[in-house]
Design a protein around this ligand. Structure first.
Ligand code: ADP
Ligand code: MG
Length: 668
């Protein structure tokens, strides 16, 4: 039974935390009961009654009378033996939510305590556990009681005395008892928070150690930006960098000019112009006679970046390479040879860049674009290629601060909030189905004036089980029907890379007016002439995803228009869409998304090599995360490899949990 709950060891059992508590301390006389919360009453049994109902169920009723001579009826269904447990005149406490039924108070399935003369003892706070059917709470409590008594006193105290005193945390033993057998709700909460803090502390220590390791032990090439280099790079852009872009450039020039590897995260809202900042860093590296790599999450994006660089570097001698999964074996072999020989200065690619056989002659910088899924772990992998390059990570989506502190917790952050000048805001409307023809007419009008549009569907193909518009069918219908006078393309994730590349090229070069697509265009695609978008079944996308989609339009000087069709089923879905209509600030949307959905898939920590949090919650426990981070970084500054005896237990845990995933070789 325990195994079904994933509980194999005593430790597992200790950390099988209650999902809630019932506070039975709210003891009232029956005359003062109210309807909406759990309360406890005490009294004497004056009536016991068990019988079978017409429908075959059994009902047991026990009536308690308290000192004020008021009565309350406890009711149990289908517990035929319950009546045997009680006797007349017995003193009991019932806890539960009282209901006023006809002319008296009633409680369904109350929790019962037998009061043995000492009626003033407090019934306490009762934990409620996630349980399976056959494991009853009293079994679990008995097991916990026995295990705690036998083993909790021998727990190794992980938190150093100094930190424990600083926050006034209970010992591990005390905290566990307070969690499972609390006297008050405050004690239970405090016990839990102690372990949340401990969990965050260990994570932040791992990040601090990794950061230190890379920065202190790592050696990276010194890449300097002379005024001449700066001028040469800026001349390539057809625009002036915004103040925010300039600040980010200054940050990274400072980092690059040190022999410690840069570890920087560039956070910017969609369309704010991350690419230009990245290009600046890449070209600085090349100007310093080192190789630079730009890694994108998809072929489409890798090609787009290659094309952008081609445009900027049309008249330069920078030797460039596009390395993706689309190369033939022979092409790939030649490409790798050139890279290893140092005959390539600048390589753009997909994940193909991190494969084991890729060698660089003189890698100076790695830029990782649009990768919220490319966390600490994967960066560690790059390092195993035998070099210490500088790193610049560009994020696809504004990330809530607490998530940035964990997933990207070992990085420095540059923020670009401001959009390039001349941008028009995108107008977003949620259209009723009845307006569909009008929306189509608006698209036609826009396309006649030479603008382009996206129509986004949630699925590639029709699904038998879901009544949801698919890209393939929608494309067929629209190309024949309302948009037959226009050139309509189709782009989705199941096409091969060549087809995808061709469709994107056609759309970019305006050989297509309308692109029916799935969310493959979600990230990074940059076609400024596309200013209109329809999103079908918008309820099926997360807020951050919607924001990314909308970020495809409104990149030029014409105001974008975004039309949503949606049938959200619940309140939460409707609320999410309303938030989306109200604001275009990606940072605000990301926070809201996290609040509404929880950390979820999107911001999950698992894919980042950080593992699941067992106790803590990045939203609810944000304050503890910040405390733990401060303490962890201070601790590592003092005791760089956690060698002091009072840190031994921490060190062991850090290595156990993160040694491998974060590649903490030096302290191992
Ligand atoms: P993202 O941050 O979403 O990756 P991009 O780098 O794709 O954004 O830039 C979005 C668009 O803005 C591109 O078309 C780019 O050429 C343009 N852009 C970037 N910086 C500026 C600037 N300072 N002034 C004008 N346009 C800019
Ligand atoms: Mg981009």
């Amino acid at each position: 039974m325990l195994e079904r709950l994933g509980l194999r060891t005593v430790g597992d059992l200790f950390f099988h935390l209650p999902r809630a508590y019932e506070d039975l301390n709210d003891v009232r006389s029956i005359a003062l009961l109210s309807e909406d919360s759990i309360q406890t009453v005490r009294g004497e049994v004056v009536e016991i009654d068990g019988r079978e109902l017409n429908d075959g169920r059994t009902i047991v009723r026990v009536v308690l009378c308290d000192d004020g001579k008021n009565c309350l009826e406890g009711v149990w269904f289908n517990r035929p033996f319950a009546s045997k447990q009680f006797r007349y005149g017995q003193r009991l406490a019932f806890s539960g939510k009282p209901k006023w039924y006809r002319d008296h108070w009633q409680m369904n399935n109350p929790r019962v305590q037998i009061l043995d003369g000492n009626a003033t003892s407090d019934p306490g706070v009762v934990p409620v556990y996630p349980l399976t059917e056959d494991l009853r709470p009293e079994h679990l409590r008995a097991l916990l009681r026995a295990s705690l008594d036998a083993h909790a006193p021998h727990l190794i105290e992980v938190l150093p005395e100094a930190l424990r005193r600083k926050h006034d945390w209970p010992t591990a033993d005390r905290a566990l008892r307070d969690i499972h057998f609390p006297s008050t709700l405050e004690a239970a909460t405090r016990g839990r928070r102690r372990f949340v803090y401990e969990e965050f502390l260990i994570l932040q220590l791992a990040l601090a150690l990794r950061r230190r390791e890379v920065r202190e032990e790592g050696r990276a090439p010194i890449l300097t930006t002379t005024p001449a280099i700066d001028a040469r790079i800026r001349r390539l852009f057809p625009f002036r960098l915004t103040a925010d872009q300039d600040r980010a450039v200054a940050d990274l020039c400072r980092d690059l000019s040190c022999d410690k590897p840069m570890q920087r995260l560039l956070q910017a809202d969609v369309g704010a112009g991350k690419t230009a900042v990245a290009v600046y860093a890449l070209l600085t590296t090349v100007a310093n006679k080192h190789q630079a790599a730009l890694m994108a999450p998809t072929e489409v994006l890798a090609r787009q970046h290659a094309r952008t660089l081609d445009r900027y570097l049309a008249h330069s001698r920078v030797r460039r390479l596009l390395l993706t999964g689309a190369l033939t074996a022979a092409q790939r072999r030649d490409a790798l040879k050139a890279l290893a020989a140092g005959d390539i200065d600048l390589v753009v690619g997909t994940q193909a860049l991190v494969q084991d056989d890729v060698r660089f002659a003189k890698l100076g910088l790695v830029v990782i674009d649009e990768q919220h899924k490319f966390g600490v772990h994967q960066r560690a992998r790059f390092r195993r290629l035998g070099v210490d390059p500088h790193y610049l990570v560009l994020t696809a989506t504004p990330i809530p601060r607490t998530v940035a502190l964990t997933v990207f917790g070992d990085l420095d952050v540059s923020l670009v909030r401001q959009s390039p000048p001349g941008r028009q805001p995108v107008a977003t409307r949620w259209e009723p189905e009845g307006q569909r023809q009008r929306v189509y007419a608006r698209l036609c009008e826009g396309m006649k004036q030479g603008r382009q549009a996206y129509l986004v569907c949630p699925l590639v193909e029709e699904s038998a089980s879901l009544d949801v518009k698919s890209a393939i069918q929608t494309h067929a219908e629209l190309a024949e029907g309302p948009f037959r006078d226009f050139r309509v393309g189709l782009l989705h994730g199941r096409q091969d890379e060549e087809t995808k590349a061709k469709v994107m090229d056609d759309f970019r070069s305006r050989k297509l007016d309308l692109l029916v697509c799935t969310s493959v265009i979600e990230v990074g695609v940059d076609v400024p002439n596309a200013t209109m978008m329809v999103i079908e079944h918008a309820e099926r996308f997360g807020l951050s995803q919607l924001h990314q989609l909308r970020g495809r339009i409104g990149r030029g000087e014409t105001a974008g228009q975004c039309f949503l069709f949606a049938n959200p089923s619940g309140d939460e879905g409707r609320q999410r869409l309303r938030v989306f209509l109200r604001t275009t600030d990606g940072f605000a949307l990301a926070e809201e998304d996290m609040r509404l959905r929880g950390i979820g898939e999107f911001f999950g920590t698992r894919q980042h090599g950080i593992g699941e949090l067992r106790v803590g919650n990045l939203i609810a426990d944000a304050d503890l995360l910040r405390e733990a981070r401060k303490d962890a970084f201070a601790l590592v500054a003092e005791d760089a490899a956690l060698r002091r005896p009072e840190h031994a237990a921490l060190r062991t845990l850090v290595l156990e949990r993160y040694g491998q995933s974060l590649d903490l070789a030096e302290i191992g």
